[in-house]
Design a protein around this ligand. Structure first.
Ligand code: KIV
Ligand code: ZN
Length: 391
């Protein structure tokens, strides 16, 4: 891995699957895991093995199936969780145990009724115990976003001392501003003893709509892994969307950060995840939403027809979308109508277009969107139809 490579850790099958109302069976999870490997993710978090026999089985089956990608299982800082995760991962070619504990003042007080020294001790013991099963151990400091930086640095040092290879800094509640989250990563890079032995990982939730921005700030400030899900699916407002962070890095090459993701697979896997989970993405969702490459205003359509780059910063083919769409509505102009008419076989002169356009506006005022079939009908009922077809 080069210094500029950002590892993509996909947690669609673990954190993503915590979304209310979604339950994937093992067969569906295997199909998604295989497509995640084809997409080029570096790590698949396959589940939380101790949580249920179904989750255990899914992690075990995914471990058998996946050939080149690291397969990871989540645990709490609890010996039995770690033992069970190691058992579920035993067939993985590249197993990783992801263990950790809450580190913010509120987690320490309310969840554990404990104190900082005891948390440091538990972090150390959990990583050490996980290391007795696998070499690749990731430690998470839950609610790191609201954890005091000095204490967080001490927790990270403990985890590194016990052998952690990755330090996950979750903004569990989606609270941080991008500048705060970036500063936190920078602080850890500069203040944790032994930090060169581990990579820092961003795990951002989207409660304030900042998950993508925070993850990008994290890698700009030195993190080298992003934890994310397809379509940004996940508990509450969801996780960082994989397709968003990957395309941000790709579209801003001067950041000099890249990933191993084969971006033309993005749209297909987005559809697969949304259909399998029965959770549909909003039409205006960045990168994979139905309208992400659809142009509806007349001014935009005119620009698009002259040159795609006037209104698109991404070539739709780069993310697996066949083409941009010029959507015909009552707000469309003559250029868009002529373009769509040509696509369905009518080359209109300027005068013919004027006539058909008047017909089109009457039609479009009654119908939200004009499709290819409607275009035939509009042209057939125009005064210049005979002229058009005999040309
Ligand atoms: O959001 C979070 O803190 C998590 C951890 C369990 C990694 O998902
Ligand atoms: Zn999470």
């Amino acid at each position: 891995m080069s210094d500029n490579n950002v590892q993509i850790f996909d947690t669609t099958l673990r954190d993503g699957e915590q979304v209310p109302g979604c339950k994937l069976n093992t067969k569906q999870k295997l199909v998604i895991a295989e497509q995640l490997e084809n997409l080029g993710v570096d790590v698949i978090e396959a589940g939380f093995p101790v949580s249920s026999p179904g989750d255990f089985k899914s992690v075990e089956e995914i471990s058998k199936l996946i050939k080149h990608t690291t397969v990871c299982g989540l645990t709490r800082a609890v010996e039995n969780d770690i033992k069970v995760a190691a058992e579920a991962l035993k067939y993985a070619k590249y197993p990783r145990i992801h263990t950790g504990i809450g580190t913010s003042a509120s987690h320490i007080k309310y969840k554990f009724n404990s104190n900082q020294d005891a948390i440091l001790e538990r972090a150390f013991e959990a990583v050490k115990f996980a290391k007795s099963f696998v070499n690749d151990v990731e430690f998470y400091a839950e609610d790191a976003g609201r954890t005091d930086n000095e204490f967080l640095a001490r927790v990270c040092e403990m985890a590194i001392k016990a052998g952690a290879t990755v330090l996950n800094i979750p903004d569990t509640t989606g609270y941080c501003l991008p500048s705060e989250y970036g500063a936190k990563i920078k602080y850890l890079k500069e203040n944790v003893k032994g930090i060169e032995k581990a990579i820092l990982s961003c795990h951002c939730h989207n409660d304030l709509g900042l998950a993508t921005a925070n993850s990008i700030e994290g890698v700009i400030n030195g993190a080298r892994q992003i934890e994310c899900t397809i379509n940004g699916i996940g508990e509450r407002a969801g996780n960082t969307a994989l397709e968003e962070v990957v395309m941000v890095l790709k579209q801003h090459p001067y950041l000099n950060l890249d990933t191993n993701i084969k971006t033309p697979h993005l749209y297909g896997i987005s559809q697969l995840v949304s259909e399998s989970m029965g959770i549909y993405t909003q039409p205006n969702k960045a990168i994979v939403g139905a309208n992400a490459f659809a142009h509806s205003s007349g001014i935009h359509q005119d620009g698009m027809i002259k040159n795609r780059e006037t209104y698109e910063i991404i070539n739709p083919k780069d993310v697996g979308v066949t083409d941009s769409a010029i959507v015909l509505t009552a707000r469309s102009g003559r250029a868009a109508l002529a373009y769509r008419a040509k696509n369905v076989g009518y080359e209109l002169t300027k005068l013919q277009l004027d006539d058909v356009y008047a017909n089109f506006l009457n039609f479009a005022d009654q119908k939200k969107e004009v499709n290819d079939h409607d275009i035939h009908q509009i042209i057939e009922t125009s005064k210049v139809y005979q002229q058009i077809i005999s040309a």
